[in-house]
Design a protein around this ligand. Structure first.
Ligand SMILES: Nc1ncnc2c1ncn2[C@@H]1O[C@H](COP(=O)(O)OP(=O)(O)OP(=O)(O)O)[C@@H](O)[C@H]1O
Ligand SMILES: [Mg+2]
Length: 255
């Protein structure tokens, strides 16, 4: 089972400063889409709007035929049981052990018994390449790369229909990056889930996903398949993907 997610005209500002200015994004069913764009451009904000975690100032988000805005709190909670998220800062629960983090949706979303959930969590922990001993540690005792694997484990453990990953390989060495990318691909292929991944790694953006969308100046400036990138004639996309210092994208100064 899978799901199509569409955003239309998403508008979001903070303290009068516009971040999203009418973003239209298509995340087609059963495909893996990557979202790229300059730093601070609003990628994480767009993901949070798609997940109903940030209120939008305008626009709409649909999961299949269901508009997010029509759901009440319990409807949104029900929908989110089918969604697995890896946040940019991992956002692991430090008060819970590693296995309890991984089993969180199984226990609290699906009401699975702890014993069964623990076994599922142990299987997931092994599938993301961690030793079983880490299961009973606190996330704070792990290295950054291990925490990323735990966060990925938490995102995929309940076999979500929609997998959302915010920069899952940031700060990892090339070997671990390759491992995480193949784990993500396996999870998508195994479950047929729809996936949306933000990455700042342009090599990954080019070769590891079915579709690419570029967010720039608050709108989705380009979407297409990786083999359409070179012929796109889009100078912004060309600059970003080829990581050129010179080009039409102006580096924004921090406030
Ligand atoms: N909760 C918030 N309150 C105020 N401003 C925010 C909030 N969340 C994000 N912003 C601002 O929105 C802008 C976009 O942030 P966002 O985190 O979406 O960027 P990003 O594209 O994910 O960047 P990066 O690639 O560095 O992760 C930034 O200027 C940020 O400071
Ligand atoms: Mg971000």
């Amino acid at each position: 089972m899978s799901i199509t997610v569409t955003a239309r005209g998403v508008v979001k500002a903070f303290d009068g400063k516009p971040v999203l200015r009418g973003a239209d994004l298509d995340v087609p069913e059963g495909r893996s889409t990557v979202l790229v764009g300059p730093s601070s451009g609003g990628k994480s904000v767009l993901l949070k709007c798609l997940l109903g975690l940030l209120p939008m100032d305008g626009g709409s988000v649909r999961y299949g035929d269901t508009a997010l805005a029509t759901l009440d709190k319990s409807g949104l909670e029900r929908l989110m049981r089918d969604v697995g998220v890896l946040f940019q800062q991992n956002a692991l629960f430090d008060s819970l052990t590693v296995w309890e983090n991984v089993a969180f949706t199984l226990i609290h979303g699906q009401g699975m018994a702890r014993r069964t959930a623990r076994q599922r969590a142990l299987d997931t922990i092994a599938s993301v390449g961690l030793r079983p001993e880490v299961a009973d540690l606190s996330p704070a005792e792990l290295s950054g790369g291990m925490q990323k694997r735990v966060a990925l484990g938490r995102a995929i453990a309940a076999e979500p229909r929609f997998l959302v990953l915010d920069d899952p390989t940031a700060g990892l060495d090339p070997i671990l990056t390759g491992t995480i990318v193949s784990l993500i691909r396996d999870a998508i292929e195994r479950s047929g889930a729809t996936a949306l991944t933000v990455t700042s790694d342009m090599a990954i953006a080019r070769r590891s996903f079915d579709r690419l969308a570029m967010l720039h100046e608050g709108t989705i400036m380009w979407q297409g398949t990786p083999d359409e990138i070179d012929a796109s004639g889009n100078a912004y996309l060309d600059q970003l993907i080829n990581q050129r210092a010179e080009g039409p994208i102006q580096m924004r100064k921090s406030a």
